[in-house]
Each structure stands twice: as C-alpha cells, then as structure tokens.
Design a protein around this ligand. Structure first.
Ligand code: AMP
Length: 284
C-alpha cells in the first residue's frame, strides 16, 4: 500500500492510473476506521482496479462548538486496517494543503441539506460537499462509495455530482452495525459504558418503526411518537430529531406512501449519534 500525503503526488498517481485505463474506486473517510469503513473498501476493491482511500478530518464540516479537535485519530492502526483489505493508496493530505490561507471557494447543495442534520449543523454539508468535491478533483475516481449510515450526506453528494456534472458514479452501501444493533461510528469510542447501553435505544426505536410499518401503520406522526417514546425511556439520551422523509428529496412526508428514510439524531451524553433506515414502498 502506498501512503501519499501530497496533493500533487496524488494527482500524478491518478493521472497515470487513468492513462493505463485503470478503473479507480474511492472511499473518502475521516479515519479511525471500523467495519463500516472496511465494508465500503471491500466493495471498492470489487468495483475498481485500484482502490484509493482518503483519511482527512475535514475542519470545514465541523461547527465551532463541535468535536474537531477531539475527533479520534490513529493513523498507524488505520493504515494496518486499510492494508488488510487491500487498499492500494492511502491518501492523507495535510489540512494546510487542502485549505491554504487564501482558500475561498465552497460548494453548497441547497435543498437536500435543509432538514434533518442540516438544521442543527447549518454549515456541515457545505463542508462535506466542498471537501468531497476537492477530493474528487484530486483523486479523479470513476466510482466512489459512501455509507447509508450518513444518509443525508449520500444524497447531498449524489445531488452535487448530478448538478455539477461530475463524472463519478456514487454508490451507497448498507449500514454496518455492532452485534447488538448500534450503528458503527468512529464517535462510539467516546461513549461511557452506561451511555453505550443507552445508545441502543436509537436502533430499538427504528426497529419499532419498522415493525409498525410492516403491520400496516402509514402515518408519519404516529410512527414518530412511538419512536420518541422508545428513546425517552433512556434518561441519558436527548433527541435532536426524528423525521420521516422522501428517500430522494429528503422532504418530510405525512404518510408512508413512497420510498422513505426514517432518520434520527440524538445526543447520548455529549456524543451526537445518527441512525436511519430506508423503507422501500413496494407500491411506489
Ligand atoms: P466517516 O469516516 O465517518 O466520515 O465515514 C466515512 C464513510 O464511511 C462515509 O461514507 C460513511 O457513511 C461510511 N460509514 C461510516 N459508518 C458506517 C457504518 N456503520 N456502516 C456503513 N458505512 C459507514
């Protein structure tokens, strides 16, 4: 596995790979890798001739009071994990090269970033779209893989690629969970044992919604109430939102009469966690 830290070298590598007609698969991450990331890499390995993974804790997607400084980092462990799944290039640029002092251009995807996490993290998706746009220009992938764990991020990137005519296929991959159901996240590492237990209520509430939908419930309001009841049982969990939205536009829906995403965010202690599931409505 090659480790590249310079933007110039990464561009050169990709240009050479493209010249020899190699298909480049790309998985952008913020590191502190877990099975969720590795599942994207394994798929990338299947889809491309060359797999490039980036590790970059992107400052512009963190709000001023968020956890940028504390975000967990362990480059040696990450490189061993990446190498174990056959990553060809680990691209780990310096923030000073990605954002030199005169940086002044940003990508804003206006509609799909309005609701859900966009409400409590107003600058987050602009940071995400900007850095992914930059990484696409540097790495020049044919295909890029993203997890459905960050569903709104996936939709934002798909919208950006479509709107800006970027030549890359964006593939969404299923959420990987711990055996007890907690969605894997680098932030889970912050959880104290009691909080870790309380965090299970997020997945429990999604399972409750799924069960109700499969039993015929179609009212979004009722489903949301039932889900908040499951979560409110845990005093360590503070809801940010539970929303049911059109799976493509992310507009809230009143009824489950199309493909929807049931998404939530909550603070468990100081840690903000998200989870969701996508319900495919067979009648739509
Ligand atoms: P992050 O390092 O948190 O920015 O995540 C990098 C990529 O891994 C994103 O596309 C995430 O959606 C994806 N990812 C993170 N956690 C999971 C998970 N539990 N299952 C599937 N994909 C995930």
């Amino acid at each position: 596995m090659d480790v590249i830290t310079s933007v110039h070298q990464m561009k050169g590598y990709s240009a050479r790979a493209r010249k020899t007609n190699k298909k480049i698969a790309f998985v952008p991450t913020m590191g502190f890798l877990h099975e969720g990331h590795l599942s994207l890499m394994r798929e990338g390995k299947k889809q491309g001739d060359i797999l490039i993974v980036s590790i970059f804790v992107n400052p512009t997607q963190f709000g001023p009071s968020e956890d940028f400084e504390q975000y967990p980092r362990d480059f040696d462990r990450d490189s061993r994990m990446a190498e174990s799944v056959g990553v060809d290039v680990l691209f780990a640029p310096e923030a000073s090269e990605m954002y030199p002092p005169d940086h002044q251009s940003f990508i804003r995807v206006t509609e799909v970033t309005r609701g859900l996490c966009g409400k409590s993290r107003p600058t987050h998706f602009q940071g995400v779209a900007t850095v992914v746009g930059m990484l696409f220009n540097i790495v020049r992938p044919h295909v890029a893989l993203f997890g459905e764990k960050d569903y709104q991020q996936l939709i934002t990137i798909q919208q950006m690629v479509k709107d800006l005519q970027m030549d890359v296929e964006v593939v969404g991959m299923p959420i990987i969970r711990e055996v007890d159901g907690l969605a894997m996240s680098s932030r889970n590492t912050y959880l104290q044992p009691e909080e870790r237990k309380a965090a299970l209520s997020l997945h429990r509430s999604l399972k409750r919604a799924r069960e109700l939908i499969f039993n015929g419930e179609r009212g979004a309001g009722h489903l949301i109430n039932e889900m908040s009841e499951v979560i409110q049982i845990e005093p360590l969990v503070r809801m940010d939102y539970i929303e049911i939205c059109d799976a493509r536009t992310l507009e809230p829906v009143d009824r489950i009469d199309r493909d929807v995403v049931i998404a939530l965010a909550a603070y468990v202690g100081k840690v903000r966690l998200i989870d969701n599931f996508v319900y495919h409505n067979t009648q739509s």
